[in-house]
Design a protein around this ligand. Structure first.
Ligand SMILES: Nc1nc2c(c(=O)[nH]1)N[C@H]1C(S)=C(S)[C@@H](COP(=O)(O)OP(=O)(O)OC[C@H]3O[C@@H](n4cnc5c(=O)[nH]c(N)nc54)[C@H](O)[C@@H]3O)O[C@H]1N2
Ligand SMILES: Nc1nc2c(c(=O)[nH]1)N[C@H]1C(S)=C(S)[C@@H](COP(=O)(O)OP(=O)(O)OC[C@H]3O[C@@H](n4cnc5c(=O)[nH]c(N)nc54)[C@H](O)[C@@H]3O)O[C@H]1N2
Ligand code: SF4
Ligand SMILES: [Mo]
Length: 729
């Protein structure tokens, strides 16, 4: 029997109080012939079960993590973790983790691995990289990356001479939103989004499915606002969890959101419901906007969206009446259709008309202080050929475009790509058109994956390097730009298990073998962190104890009355009409684009999140898998009745290109429109190294063989695939 905490407290109490507890416990335990139990340690760190990056506190007993809790002083967690955050323990102790470096000895992407030492693996990679560099130049090595490991590998590849990296978080996630807000307000809306949801009187969720999207403090604030009586308006073809809290659920026909947004703008202008002082003081292009939206009447929008004109008018009035304390949620995963940036522009314009940017309950301002970047080394990067990772998209962000890397690999244009590093991203699940991904992998001379788990994309690599989990390592500081500015620390709460190593160590060691040691002028990352903290004037030892430090006097969430705030746009104003878009040949004010709708007998495939999983990365996690082992296909009751389908029956989905999904259970429900089918993303793993997740549920990405690229920023629309239901499982 192990001594539990309750026993400990009992013993401590009988021994006469806390002050003598430790000695008494040791004595008592020895007297009982037991091994001494150490006192629990509580170590703060930063969660990486998703990218909200909450402050977490690990309770560690005898070198084992027994509990994870939210750090109360961290603004992203406020003392609580979500289910996935608690699932960090499951990740740490998952028997299926990558444990040693691996080299594929079979055919390309065959996954026939032998275990090798770090020295052999890194030597092999360095040798191949040098050969590729000699033949094709350093730019021919590309990096697909996500998460905190990105910092070290972008640095390594830039030091080697390649500028070609891409994150899924731009093209496949929030790129459209960030571009639209930059164009309109001169600044992206941030991550975490700078939304003042706790003070909103009206909350409009356009697809944002809070509650299923489990971003911690945002969900907490949403619950708070609902508790205070905020009016919630949800546009979603599916009755989401958030719709369950809404006064208005508008079950919009998928792909038509821009119609309702333009109609709202039309009504708000026509009925004089906009914030006139704010518009006059801060915006540019109001007259052009008023002219351009004249055609977008509520009656027109009704035909496009299936939402009655009366409801469109009623909700527009709710927005106008409650301005400026209105949150039009800017969304996050905005990679929906081919006009993502313009749809997001319409949201930004609506925010401006309601005077909600820089106002309580709307979008709050960035912290007024900055922490200047401190780089891993001060040494300049070598000259290189121009980057290809942004393609020909004038507004593509600095995070690069994943599909452009794939295309360049396949076509060798504008120059060849011969190697991929894949760090912290599951390319088979994150990127659409898996066939192209495989074709590209087959063309490459070297594929290296650095990961913690043997997920699908990882196991197609030539060399697999095991990183330790976030609970076993330091990472670079996280600068938190919430209402105030802050610094969050990640530090190991236990030692790395097996032969796993931190990402910074892997990059540094590989750098050494490539003759790039000068780019890593520190022995451990902690040494670098201490220097960085000193430069920023942050007390590192306090950070170690607390996990999070707020920068004093950095908060200024709202505009002052009559403030002459200068926006970071070229004009210094909020650009309702965008000269920049016009200069590049795009519509300066959003225009409606009609998208193809599914033919009779077909359904649009839509997807989203489950509260207990993060993309594909948690589906094998023992504790989270237990909560949800596979996904289900949401199908409307009438549709099911027509084809004689029962709730819980297994089906297969087939897309327009004849691609079949894994078998998946039907969830027959009134909670979805009849013209679409919904899957939670991330399931249907094809990696046989995952004992729990292998072939469980259906993979939405497998069915997403088509995608629509937005010409403005190169973001990818993934909701343009149609599926049929078959019962042949
Ligand atoms: N069809 C479809 N596609 C999508 C989406 C969708 O909903 N549907 N969502 C899109 C969005 S919004 C996003 S942000 C992207 C997400 O794209 P990704 O971030 O690529 O998502 P995951 O599928 O979770 O793959 C993450 C990989 O990182 C690994 N990993 C986790 N933690 C660590 C770590 O600490 N170190 C290392 N080295 N590796 C780690 C995991 O084991 C896993 O292999 O996908 C996009 N693509
Ligand atoms: N639990 C959990 N939470 C997460 C994540 C996770 O993996 N797990 N990932 C995080 C990340 S990186 C991101 S980007 C976010 C993504 O989450 P959000 O940005 O909140 O979600 P959306 O992409 O808007 O898509 C999901 C919703 O859009 C609806 N939808 C589909 N088509 C349409 C349409 O045409 N119009 C409208 N109005 N709605 C439509 C779907 O029914 C679904 O309810 O979630 C974040 N939070
Ligand atoms: S939202 Fe959940 S998974 Fe994401 S960082 Fe916070 S606790 Fe971790
Ligand atoms: Mo995302």
């Amino acid at each position: 029997m192990d001594l539990s905490r309750r026993d400990f407290l009992k013993i401590a109490a009988t021994a006469g109080g806390a002050a003598v507890a430790t000695n008494s416990v040791v004595k008592t335990v020895l007297a009982l012939g037991k091994r001494p139990v150490s006192l629990p340690q509580y170590i703060p760190t930063t969660c990486e079960m998703c990218f909200w990056r909450c402050g977490a506190i690990a309770k560690v007993v005898d070198g084992k993590v027994v509990k994870l809790d939210g750090n109360p002083i961290h603004p992203n967690s406020r003392g609580k973790l979500c289910a996935r955050g608690h699932g960090g323990i499951g990740l740490l102790y998952d028997q299926d983790r990558l444990k040693t470096p691996l080299i594929n000895t079979g055919a390309k992407a065959e996954g026939k691995f032998k275990k090798v030492s770090w020295d052999e693996a890194l030597g092999y990679i360095a040798d191949k990289m040098q050969k590729i560099k000699e033949k094709y130049g350093p730019e021919s090595i590309a990096l697909l990356t996500h998460g905190s490991i990105s910092t070290y590998f972008i640095h390594l590849l830039q030091a080697f001479g390649s500028p070609n990296f891409a994150f899924p978080s731009f093209a496949l996630c929030r790129g459209a939103r960030d571009t639209a807000f930059e164009i309109t307000f001169g600044e992206a809306v941030g991550n975490p989004e700078r939304i003042d949801i706790q003070n909103s009187k009206v909350i409009v969720l356009i697809g944002s499915h809070l509650g299923e999207n489990a971003h911690n403090s945002q969900c907490q604030e949403f619950a708070e606002a609902v508790g205070k009586g905020a009016t919630v308006i949800v546009l979603d073809p599916r009755f989401s969890t958030a719709a369950g809290k809404a006064k208005y659920w508008l079950p919009i026909k998928p792909a038509t959101d821009l119609a309702i947004l333009l109609a709202w703008i039309n009504i708000i202008i026509n009925e004089g419901l906009y914030d006139k002082d704010y518009v006059a003081r801060y915006t540019l292009g109001f007259n052009e906007l008023a002219q351009a939206v004249k055609e977008y009447t509520p009656q027109w929008a009704e035909k496009e969206t299936d939402i009655p004109a009366t409801l469109i008018i009623e909700t527009a009035r709710v927005l106008g009446k409650n301005k400026p304390n209105v949150l039009i949620h800017p969304g996050r995963h905005t990679a929906w259709y081919s006009d993502n940036v313009q749809r997001q522009r319409a949201i930004a314009i609506l925010v401006a008309l309601l005077g909600a940017y820089g106002r309580p309950g709307g979008i709050y301002l960035s912290p007024k202080k900055k922490l200047e970047p401190v780089f891993l080394s001060e040494k300049d990067y070598p000259e290189h050929k121009p980057e290809l990772n942004k393609g020909n998209y004038p507004f593509a962000g600095d995070e690069g475009l994943t599909h452009v890397i794939v295309k360049a690999t396949l076509t060798e244009q504008p120059y060849p790509i011969k190697a991929w590093f894949i760090t912290g991203t599951n390319i088979m699940k994150a990127m659409p058109n898996q066939k192209d991904t495989i074709k590209a992998l087959e063309k490459l001379d070297l594929v290296v994956a650095v990961d913690i788990m043997p997920y699908d994309g990882v196991m197609l690599a030539d060399v697999v390097l095991p990183e330790c989990t976030y609970l076993e390592r330091h990472d670079d500081f996280f600068v938190v730009k919430e209402r105030a500015l802050g610094v969050s620390l990640r530090q190991p709460v236990v030692q790395p298990m097996y032969e796993t190593k931190p990402g910074w160590w892997i990059a540094k060691e590989l750098g050494k073998r490539l003759g790039l040691e000068d780019y890593f002028p520190w022995n451990t990352l902690e040494e670098f962190l201490k220097t960085k903290a000193q430069i920023w004037g942050v007390d590192y030892s306090e950070l170690v104890k607390k996990g999070y430090i707020e920068i004093p006097e950095s908060s200024k969430p709202y505009l002052l009355p009559d403030e002459n705030y200068k926006f970071k746009t070229p004009s210094g104003k909020i650009e309702l009409y965008s000269q920049e878009l016009k200069r590049h040949g795009f519509d300066p004010i959003p225009k409606y684009t009609k998208h193809e709708q599914p033919p009779e007998g077909w359904f649009r495939l839509i997807y989203g999140r489950a509260p207990v999983h993060t993309f594909s990365r948690t589906i094998n996690n023992p504790s989270l898998w237990e909560l949800m082992e596979e996904n289900v296909a949401w199908i409307n009751t009438k549709v099911a009745k027509k084809i004689g389908l029962n709730h819980g029956e297994y089906i297969v989905l087939v897309n327009q290109d004849g691609i079949k999904s894994n078998k998946v259970k039907a969830k027959v429900t009134e909670r979805i429109r009849p013209d679409c089918i919904y899957l939670v993303h991330g399931f249907g793993s094809t990696s046989r190294f995952l004992r729990r997740a292998y072939l469980r549920g259906a993979d939405d990405q497998q069915l997403i063989t088509r995608y629509a690229v937005d010409p403005i920023a190169g973001t990818v629309g993934m909701r343009v695939n149609f599926v049929k239901i078959t019962k042949e499982v």
